[in-house]
Design a protein around this ligand. Sequence first.
Ligand SMILES: [Zn+2]
Ligand SMILES: [Zn+2]
Ligand SMILES: [Zn+2]
Length: 153
Amino acid sequence: MSRTRNRNFPWWHQQFVDNGYRITEPRQAILKVLNKTAGHLSVEDIYHQVHKRYSNIGLTTVYRTVGLLENMGIVRKLDFGDGRARYELSKGPQAIHHHHLICKNCGKVIDYKEYLDNELKFVNKVEGLLEKKYNFKIDSHQLSFYGLCEKCK
Ligand SMILES: [Zn+2]
Ligand SMILES: [Zn+2]
Ligand SMILES: [Zn+2]
């Protein structure tokens, strides 16, 4: 757990200020859930968590807010191949660079943080080539490996 310098202002406040967005109660509530859970949540998961404490916040608001956070680059949208989008924080003290191993049978998702040095060498090289070839500015990437977990294989 990392300490925040000023406990009255969570790390995401500055992101909102920089993007010119207001810090509203639903935005705060949703970010608190994402920050606390540090997992992969669907919009419905987030909604259920938020709804426990803020019964006035509806599913539509959660959808809209998650979309906004995605556009701001605060959350990342993930596809685990089950037709249901999941979200995780891509910024803040909890957001450590990692990728996913996804079991196609039981749906287990492993966050792995190993071998990042190897990955970085490879990814940097490919990104450089792609940026040149397509005149495209890359600012992030996702890697997911699909297969069978220890239990299912
Ligand atoms: Zn990576
Ligand atoms: Zn499995
Ligand atoms: Zn993850």
